[in-house]
Design a protein around this ligand. Structure first.
Ligand SMILES: [Cu+2]
Length: 287
């Protein structure tokens, strides 16, 4: 009976999940957003986020074992040494072996945890063989994205105005959609360098596993390699002033040919040099 009910609930849940996927199916589906009743991480869309989740899963096992062990010891001590069972307490105060053990064992556990943690930190730290670079700049209160390898085009990304926010399209989640998003090609290692123009900001896209604090006068580095086409969203993660919550991050991952088309279009509208192979390899004259 209970088994049947569980199966029924699972059926309903999978139907809802299936509907959600079908409902958002379009040329550029919105995939990197939080979902209602989400309990876990967002789905990973870069190799880095896959590794972040793997480390999380290992740590979850370790902390669960530790918590269960400590809880068992507490409960056992409460039961075994209760006044009714143990009317005359022992006067023992020290046990050298135990004290060394409960110092050494946690140290060893921390060392074991440190190895994959540091590996992951260095994995996400620098882009190896990046195909292109995007420079992210945090402003009060919007983002700008410069593409030095694409002739220096710059995208300014602002939250949709109040007027636009009341007639949102399906691919524009409320408070996260912007007027002009960062566009990246899929399957490409992209170096992200970040700085800020005024106060500190945080360029954070959960689905990419990237969270870079951007600081005026400094350049921080990270990288992404997005595996799936679609819209991804994130938010500024550094309290940066009164419009901190109004500078969302929107990234659109497209195929490489579509990215080239987008670059051409941006160059044209910015009045940069005509796009030939030679021209795109030289910095624009008006910079
Ligand atoms: Cu900010």
């Amino acid at each position: 009976m209970i088994g049947k009910r569980v199966l029924g609930i699972l059926g309903v849940l999978s139907a809802i999940a299936g509907f959600g996927v079908a409902g958002s199916a379009s040329a550029q589906p919105v995939i990197g957003v939080p979902h209602e009743w989400q309990m876990d991480f967002p789905a990973p869309y870069t190799p880095l986020m896959v590794k972040v989740e793997q480390l999380h899963d290992i740590l979850l096992v370790i902390i669960t074992v530790i918590s269960v062990f400590v809880a068992f010891l507490l409960l056992y001590a409460m039961w075994r040494f209760h006044a009714s069972r143990n009317p005359t307490p022992t006067t023992t105060t020290h046990n050298t072996f135990l004290e060394i053990a409960w110092t050494i064992v946690p140290i060893l556990i921390l060392v074991v945890i440190a190895i994959p943690s540091f590996r992951l930190l260095y994995y996400g730290d620098k882009a190896v063989d990046a195909a292109m670079t995007i420079k992210v700049t945090g402003h009060q209160w919007y983002w700008s994205y410069a593409y030095p390898d694409q002739g220096g085009i710059v995208v300014e990304s602002r939250i949709l105005s109040e007027a636009d926010r009341v007639k949102l399209k399906p691919n524009q989640p409320r408070m996260m959609a912007v007027d002009d998003e960062m566009v990246v090609p899929v399957g490409t290692v992209i170096r992200i360098i970040g700085t800020a123009a005024d106060s500190m900001h945080g360029w954070t896209v959960p689905g990419f596993g990237i969270k870079k604090t951007v600081i005026p006068g400094r350049l921080n580095e990270g990288w992404i390699n997005v595996t799936k086409e679609g819209y991804y969203f994130g938010q500024c993660s550094q309290i940066c002033g009164n419009n901190h919550s109004y500078m969302p991050i929107a990234v659109r991952a497209v195929s490489k040919p579509d990215f080239d088309k987008w670059v051409e279009q941006k160059k044209k509208s910015a009045g940069l040099l005509p796009a030939t192979d030679v021209a795109s390899a030289t910095p624009p004259a008006n910079r």
